[in-house]
Design a protein around this ligand. Sequence first.
Ligand code: NAP
Ligand code: MG
Length: 385
Amino acid sequence: MTRIIWHLIKEKLILPFLDIDLKYYDLGIKHRDETDDKVTVESAYAIKEFGVGVKCATITPNAARVKEYNLKQQWKSPNGTIRSILDGTVFRKPIIIKNIPPAVRKWKKPIIIGRHAYGDIYKDVEIVVDGPGTAEIVFTPEGGGEKTILKIYDFKGKGVIMGMHNTEKSIRSFAQSCINYALSEKVDLWFGAKDTISKQYHGFFRDVFAEEVERVRDKFGQAGIHYRYLLIDDAVAQVIKSEGGMLWACMNYDGDVMSDMVATGFGSLGLMTSVLVSPDGKFEYEAAHGTVMRHYYEHLKGKPTSTNSIASIFAWTGAISKRGELDNTPDVIRFAKTLESVVIQTVESGIMTKDLMLIAEPPVTKYALTEEFIDAVAERLKKAI
Ligand code: NAP
Ligand code: MG
């Protein structure tokens, strides 16, 4: 469904207004299959070369998709491929609209979640212990040297053990990406961990963040933004009590949990944007949601759909605005900002897709179909330009 929306956005909201040289990489499942997924790799290198990309949601094939599209193999997640080439961090940011109130009433500005996407429990090893015995943690240095052995626990009966790790390189990249993004959005950077309990592991994260922030102290000063380290439980309380407007850097598990809490708290998946930022400052924008498959099957049956295109439109405006910033072309940035405000005005005037209609305040009684919404935005955009 997002592929259909994608072409509508391009044809109706971008190309009539902007003279732009787009380098197009078709990441549709059929084309990825035809090119043995080389197109995904090429698209990632294009982002590296040009600095900015905008991506449509893609299918990560499971067994059912392999059959449906008669694929050569179960290709890997394109997002995973692109992320590993760019070595990036994903930031999720909600779009705020007056008549779509967040569940947390005090939230007025976006809360951006930056999730560390490497290691911890996501790359752990685990043992279920059957009976009494001793669990130890062992580090063997490469090329000899003394082993470090620490006792974890003397088990008297059944239990569980987990071993996990992270690397300085990955944590440093994560901190740098968060710093770049906070500077680019001009928002405060918060990082929460539990270093009172996990003095070494979480303490290591805290120290790497502090070192990286120290390096850019001047830039933070110029941007008028601040860095704040908090205990993770305090961070949760402070975020809920706040008006929003910060980048919240989260360790892997915290980010997994908190991004869903924040997305739900703000309303709809159709209002959540996502951007991948590499430590060397390359940006890839997309909607946080998937291809909205259920709606597509309705569409194939000839039934009308009401799919929210806002996060996809904002993926475009995010990328266009960044392009303008890098090229120093204020007209381009102005166009992106105009399109964003036109989208918001359209919803605030009561024209919205079904997912938003269900939570709008004051209530609306009629919802717009997928294309009707984009047409309504296009009409307003013509007047605003
Ligand atoms: P999804 O596309 O995010 O949709 C899940 C449900 O959320 C939809 O069925 C719909 O609910 C609601 N929804 C999401 N976005 C919406 C929008 N813009 N407007 C209105 N409702 C929206 O997840 P999925 O259906 O589980 O996944 C479909 C495909 O997307 C899969 O192949 C998956 O691999 C891929 N995916 C890609 C990305 C990416 O490229 N970044 C991310 C996630 C998933 P209702 O059905 O209740 O209307
Ligand atoms: Mg999750």
